[in-house]
Structures are given as structure tokens and as C-alpha cells.
Design a protein around this ligand. Structure first.
Ligand SMILES: NC(=O)c1ccc[n+]([C@@H]2O[C@H](COP(=O)([O-])OP(=O)(O)OC[C@H]3O[C@@H](n4cnc5c(N)ncnc54)[C@H](OP(=O)(O)O)[C@@H]3O)[C@@H](O)[C@H]2O)c1
Length: 311
């Protein structure tokens, strides 16, 4: 079958190639993939992977062969899934039935495809935090795949959301999520005057994060899920110390989906999409033959939100 594979010499380090068909264990269904969305994390991994490695976390498609153990939906079901083995960008993928959910009729495949990594990360990062109703939440990198969902989900959880972004071009997009406040600042400068936060959902790291740790309230939690702005940060120990109970927590989606299966989290997000309480932003939809160029555009931050490629 055809699949997206790595090639360090190709544009975006990715190209279409031939790989063996997947073999499904008894708890796995084979899905005929129709589309997928791209994430910064897997593209960065692809840059460092051995040539010929398959990649891809997010996918949508139709169940071609149901799981032999009787779990999961029947043949023909329209589903969205998270490929933990990173083999999702292929004509076919074998997925454990706990890693995918049926897409409701009211939700398009394109919208569903954006959910697995970006939507689940935003959902589970916010759910790590306590007492959000009426509390203040800061979302950094609000124009990114995860940040865009975190702004909306924070509002849905009853929080007052402040969004940080670095470029004014994406302000309208972020404001449309219903956030209460927007701070445009590439390095986080200016956030000092925006009070303290119960939760900081951070995908930027670097300089932005070093300024933020003094912004936690006495029970605040900083959930660190990404390093788009740099993997190292100076820690304001004194400021953190005086919060009393402020915490910095690492976040890794693989670990979170051991606590709640991706199928359940995706089901919850699909429900919100179906009744219009959650929206996606997909400015790029192309055929998967453009994988290298589209990956390079995403890494270069040529657009905000998500790119979806169809097979
Ligand atoms: N730990 C996990 O399980 C997990 C899960 C999901 C994602 N991640 C990681 O989280 C990060 C964000 O993922 P994503 O999919 O949301 O990425 P994305 O769609 O590419 O968004 C990146 C965001 O970071 C901002 N940004 C990029 N470079 C920056 C810089 N130098 N300084 C300040 N802001 C910068 C972008 O702003 P502009 O719009 O202005 O470019 C955008 O808001 C990535 O590092 C990804 O690998 C980790």
C-alpha cells in the first residue's frame, strides 16, 4: 500500500512510498484511511527519523475489517483515530478499538480529522487543572493547533480565558473562539499586567514560559505540553515559591490516553463538534501528494490552525 514515509532529502522530509499492508491483532480494526491532519510534533520527529519510517497520529476513515474480538464498530463505520504507533498516514492502518471513535453524522471528516492530537491535548491539559469554573486560564500559542482548541474548551469549562499569541495577523481568529482577553507578545512581555492565573496551558516554552511562572496564583498549575518557542527556560524560583502551592507539570498525550482511552476523549470532543459548541479552523485542505510541501508550510507557521490532507 501507499503511505507517507520519511526521506531526509525530500521537501519537508516526507514523501509517498510503498510499505507492507498492516496486520491487525484481534483487538484491532483495519481502517481504510480517507484523510488526516498534521501536527507539529510528528513533523519534528519525522525530521530526525530513519529514512523510510512511517509517520502519522491523526486519521479518519472507514472500518474495512472490524476487530476479531468483537470490540469496536462494524465494517463501514466512519471513524476518527489516534495511531499510537505513528502509522496513520497510509491507505490502511490497524488500530486498537480503544484508539478510535465513530464520527457522528453531523460532523465532517475534515473537522473530525483535526481532533486526535490537538483536541485531546487541549482537553486533557485543562482537565489536569482544578476549580476552573470562574477562574482565570492563560493559553499560550493560542493560534496553534492545540491552543485554538484550548481557548474554546477553557471557555466551555467556565473559565475566563486569556490568549497569548505572537502575531497580530491571527488576533481575529483567536478572538472568534470567545476568549475574554488577547495578549499579543512574541516573548510574553506584557503579561505581567494581566493578573494571576489558576491554569497556564503552555505549548511555547522558552522565554514565554520563564515569564509565566510568576503569573500562577496560589493554587495555580502550569501544564507544559510543548516547546514551539524553545526547549529550555529560566525558572523564577522565588516567584514560584511564593505562590505557596503553584505547580509546574509535564504533559504527554501518550500518558494521558492511558488514563482515558482516546476513543472516550474523542467521543466527548465529537459530541461538542456535533452540537456546534466546538469549532475547527482548517485553512489548508489538499491531496496527500502535497505532504512534503504542506509539512514545510506548517513547520514554517505559514498558517494558523490545522491542515487536512485527503487520500
Ligand atoms: N506533550 C504532548 O503530548 C504534545 C501534544 C501536542 C503537541 N505538543 C507540542 O506542542 C507544541 C504545539 O503544538 P501545535 O500542534 O499546537 O503546534 P502549531 O499548530 O505549530 O502551533 C504552534 C504555536 O506556537 C507558536 N509559536 C511557534 N514558534 C514560536 C516562538 N518561537 N515563539 C512564540 N510562539 C511560537 C505559534 O505562533 P504563530 O501562530 O504566531 O506561529 C503557534 O501559536 C509543539 O511543540 C508540539 O510538538 C506536545
Amino acid at each position: 500500500m501507499k503511505a507517507v514515509i520519511t526521506n531526509p532529502k525530500a521537501t519537508g522530509c516526507l514523501e509517498l512510498g510503498e510499505v507492507a499492508d498492516p496486520r491487525a491483532d484481534s483487538h484491532e480494526a483495519v481502517i481504510a484511511v480517507t484523510a488526516f491532519s498534521l501536527n507539529r510534533g510528528e513533523l519534528r520527529r519525522a525530521e530526525a527519523a530513519a529514512p523510510g519510517t512511517q509517520i502519522g497520529w491523526d486519521l479518519v476513515g472507514l472500518v474495512k475489517t472490524a476487530a476479531r474480538d468483537g470490540s469496536g464498530p462494524a465494517q463501514g463505520a466512519r471513524v476518527v483515530g489516534f495511531s499510537r504507533r505513528m502509522q496513520g498516514w497510509a491507505q490502511y492502518v490497524a488500530l486498537p478499538t480503544v484508539d478510535f471513535a465513530v464520527i457522528p453524522d453531523a460532523v465532517s471528516e475534515c473537522d473530525a480529522a483535526t481532533l486526535p492530537v490537538a483536541g485531546l491535548t487541549a482537553l486533557y491539559a485543562l482537565e489536569r487543572c482544578e476549580r476552573l469554573l470562574g477562574s482565570r486560564v492563560l493559553v499560550t500559542g493560542a493560534s496553534g493547533g492545540v491552543g485554538y482548541f484550548a481557548c474554546q474548551l477553557g471557555r466551555l469549562m467556565g473559565a475566563q480565558v486569556t490568549a497569548q499569541l505572537r502575531r497580530p495577523d491571527f488576533e481575529d481568529l483567536v478572538r472568534a473562539t470567545g476568549v475574554d482577553d488577547v495578549v499579543i507578545s512574541p516573548d510574553g512581555a506584557g503579561l505581567e499586567s494581566h493578573g494571576k492565573f489558576r491554569a497556564i496551558i503552555d505549548g511555547v516554552g522558552g522565554q514565554v514560559l520563564s515569564r509565566l511562572l510568576s503569573r500562577l496564583d496560589e493554587r495555580g498549575r502550569a501544564i507544559l505540553y510543548g516547546v514551539s518557542g524553545g526547549p529550555e527556560t529560566a525558572l523564577a524560583v522565588r516567584e514560584l515559591m511564593f505562590t505557596g502551592d503553584g505547580r509546574i507539570e509535564g504533559f504527554y498525550l501518550y500518558r494521558e490516553t492511558e488514563i482515558e482511552a482516546a476513543a472516550k476523549g474523542l467521543g466527548r470532543l465529537l459530541h461538542l463538534l456535533a452540537d456546534g459548541r466546538l469549532t475547527t479552523h482548517v485553512p489548508v485542505t489538499e491531496n496527500w501528494a502535497t505532504i512534503g510541501a504542506t509539512a514545510a508550510r506548517l513547520i514554517g507557521r505559514d498558517f494558523a490552525g490545522k491542515a487536512v490532507l485527503t487520500i
